[in-house]
Design a protein around this ligand. Structure first.
Ligand code: HEC
Ligand code: HEC
Length: 215
């Protein structure tokens, strides 16, 4: 039994080393500490060769930047403009809303926050009399042996709201400001847009409303 697990562990190590050697693409020998991590320098050296690549977040002000193509269909768009003075978003201060709320976006020339962000897709969940109640249905105290109880709690229909869904309040959780930098690892991913117009807008809400045929 013991011998078997040792054998498995050894072959795992072998597999991992092959994986590293194949993906690193450097000439650093595999037993060198320089082969560990992305920095490719001696782990004990803090000389200038080890300094991180420069990152420059300076960007044109909102209204003067050029939008990025979406990373893939219905990816959250990246922030093309400067976010100086706009972050961090706080409970009482979310500057993004001042330009991106649908009622003002047009006059600001900004992309309006989409309908998906004004929709609640989650079952309403409250804690009442010591029990979890989802969509009005008691599901008991959640524990591993009772998790099955909640699997049938599905929303008949997503709830349209007349205000921003609070799960979307922290914009920069999903929409990232972009820096100018030399990438540590080149990105070779190329998205495949069946519909070229989706390079510049999302249609997630249409996809959701249409439903997905899982048969
Ligand atoms: C002063 C108005 C203003 C503020 C404040 C602002 N934006 Fe923008 N935003 C714009 C404009 C205008 C554009 C379109 C690009 C341009 O003209 O610079 C834009 C573009 C974007 C885009 C790209 C949309 C697309 O279709 O590709 C995202 C994402 C975005 N902003 C997110 C944010 C977030 C998150 C915040 C808060 C941290 C924010 N913006 C604050 C005006 C603003
Ligand atoms: C939980 C992740 C998440 C958060 C938080 C979030 N977004 Fe998004 N956002 C997305 C995704 C994913 C998309 C693309 C799919 C869609 O339209 O829903 C998107 C799309 C957008 C678009 C482009 C809409 C279009 O028609 O192309 C804008 C503008 C935007 N978000 C602004 C915001 C702002 C402003 C906030 C903060 C108030 C915010 N988002 C918060 C994930 C998020």
């Amino acid at each position: 039994m013991i011998r078997k697990s040792v054998l498995i562990a050894c072959s795992m190590v072998a597999l991992i080393s092959i994986g590293c050697a194949a993906s690193s693409g450097t000439t650093v020998s595999d037993d060198s500490e320089k082969a560990l991590g992305l920095r490719k320098t001696d782990l004990y050296s803090e000389k200038s060769e080890t300094a991180p690549v420069k990152t420059d977040y300076s960007r044109p002000a909102p209204g003067t930047s050029k939008k990025f193509e979406r990373a893939y269909v219905n990816a959250p768009p990246m922030i093309p403009h400067s976010v100086e003075g706009l972050l961090p978003i706080k409970q009482g201060n979310n500057a993004c809303l001042g330009c991106h709320m649908p009622e003002v976006a047009k006059t600001m020339n900004a992309t309006p926050i989409p309908v998906s962000h004004f929709t609640n897709y989650r079952p309403t969940t409250v804690f009442k009399d010591g029990e979890l109640v989802k969509e009005g249905k008691k599901v008991g105290i959640q524990s591993d042996d009772k998790l099955g109880n909640t699997s049938d709690i599905k929303l008949a229909k997503p709830k349209k709201l007349n205000h921003l869904y609070q799960g979307r309040f922290n914009c920069s959780q999903c929409h990232a400001p972009q820096s100018k930098t030399k990438p540590l690892v080149d990105n070779t991913f190329t998205p495949d847009f069946k519909d070229a117009s989706l390079k510049g807008k999302s249609n997630l809400i249409d996809v959701i409303n249409e439903g997905v045929d899982i048969k």
